[in-house]
Ligand binder design. Structure first.
Ligand SMILES: [Zn+2]
Length: 176
């Protein structure tokens, strides 16, 4: 009985050690390759990893709720749904390029809508089954911030509708 207990504890400790070392090892080499509009090419950048507490200290409460707790702003309430300037929509949390204004269109939904991201590597997707719906969640590939959802009812050329929260974005104008 006692021997079994000791064996169990030893196994647990070994597992903990493996988990710990592999997690910290992964953090050191966690880089991603994403597209940069200004560089005009792909760049290699470090992933941004912070705890919920760290994010809550950096981001305003409404932005924290939407980007880190999968929140959604009210339709027609955000600052970019009707925004028509030429430039780059970036991640508000880490600054990564996400969408170009050339791909923005009026979806009539009250949320900024784009038919494609800057590059597929710049965003990540995940199946979201909240609220009795099956949707595809979209997040920043660099910092994991929640952006919105993508639906298959967008315009040409992709047929995709990236329905994004203004609160997840910041805008940088570009010269035409
Ligand atoms: Zn980000």
């Amino acid at each position: 009985m006692q021997r079994t207990l000791i064996l169990t504890i030893t196994t647990l400790l070994a597992l903990l050690f493996i988990t710990f070392t592999s997690a910290s090892g992964a953090r050191d080499t966690d880089t991603i390759r994403v597209y940069s509009i200004k560089a005009g090419d792909y760049i290699v950048t470090k992933k941004v990893e912070k705890t919920a507490e760290e994010w809550s200290e950096i981001l305003p409460p409404d932005v924290f709720h939407i980007t880190r707790q999968q929140g959604t702003e009210a339709a027609f309430s955000g600052k970019y749904w009707n925004h028509k300037e030429h430039g780059i929509y970036k991640c508000i949390a880490c600054g990564q390029d996400l969408f170009h204004s050339d791909t923005k269109y009026d979806s009539g939904t009250g949320w900024p809508s784009f038919y494609e991201p800057v590059a597929k590597e710049n965003v990540g997707t995940e199946t979201d089954t909240k609220f009795f719906m099956v949707r595809t969640e979209v997040h920043c590939s660099r910092c994991g911030s929640h952006l919105g959802h993508v639906f298959p009812d967008g315009p040409k050329p992709t047929g995709d509708r990236y329905c994004i929260n203004s609160a997840s974005l910041t805008f940088e104008p570009l010269e035409k």
